[in-house]
Ligand binder design. Sequence first.
Ligand SMILES: [Fe+2]
Length: 432
Amino acid sequence: MIRIAVENLEPGMVLAASIPHTKHPGRALLAAGYVLDPKTIAKLPEYGVKGVWINHPGFDFLDAQVASGVPESRTRLYHDIKRNFTALANKTAGAFDLQFYKELISRLIEELVKNKDHAVWAERILEEPEELFSHSANVAYLVMILGMSLRNYISHERKYVDRRLAQDLTNLGIGAMLHDIGKIKLPAELRRSHVLDHHEDEEAYRSHAAQGYQLLRGRLEATASGIILHHHQRYDGNGFPEPTRPHAGRHPEPLRGDRIHVFARIVAVANVLDGMMAICDRKGLPKVAALAALQSAELRGMFDPVVFAAAVRSIPLFPVGTCVTLSDGREAVVIDLNAKRPCQPVVQILKPGAQVQDPSGEEINLAEPEAPSITHENRRPVDKYLYKPPDVITRHIAESYQDEADQATTACDDLLEAGAPSGGSPAAQPEA
Ligand SMILES: [Fe+2]
């Protein structure tokens, strides 16, 4: 199967995977095997469908590499979050059901474990007009992928907690789902805003972290409610909320580096990544534009570099199955990723008329010298956004392939050597 953008679909193409119904969770909009016709293709954008998996001879081997059922579980998550946030907004915090969120997260973990080899971030789901809910679902989903790939780093950062407990991702997932719950207290126009948007009403926007924390304080484990309060706290010490209570006549230092709980550091990365992708979506820019924008040293300074490297690896710029155009004019399909050089995956040439002819096209590793480069993704120009991750990120990505036992320690040592901003002593690490 290959992934085709809705605008490039042609009548006669056959769905290789069902399309989840965006308005009715658990139902399929169209089932696998459906033969597309012009009327159906024209209607797909109305249901928020951006791309579909299509049968294609010569690319059956990709079927095993693609977790095509994952979007369905994410759509379910979106609807569950929407239902519960709405209940909270309409009633009171008394409507909050922690057990419900625990069950959502354990279902999500089960889903991701089942698809652990393929669980990557393909695309955002469902945007307007319910941006708050889709953002919460997207962030929760991405955070759980990150949490699973960072289990050892998490237990290293929570060194004063029993290892088994330290690696329990339930509170990470609950905090991620609820990180923006404070926005239900904001005016409708601010609910859609992300931190990277320009805010006319900056102070009101910033209040959502503290408002969300107050709303659910005492109803969640401290590690989960800490995420709500600190998901805008930057690794370099910027961000909000600012410390306000003077202690012994002195204002406390802002939280920075490893003084911010590792769960909040993970959610901070996922939050900004999804926010940047939402902004690019609105402007009609490809996903690679969002990732490219986050490569500047200034923006990277916002994040824990180990977490950021894991996020870059979890969001393939050109996921397996993506149709691309090369600089020599040939059409190709991505068949393997390159974590260190995400803009240079391995592709297989799509022969003209391959639906009926010999499908076996040439395989090219775009990272090889003299290899062509990608110019378009699904016929949309992307060449001006292609980038090479900075060395510090590449090094952390490389480290993530090392023996798991070494991974967290090495990453931390390297960070200190690189002079990355770091917080106070480990004893200062907030851990409730
Ligand atoms: Fe937020």
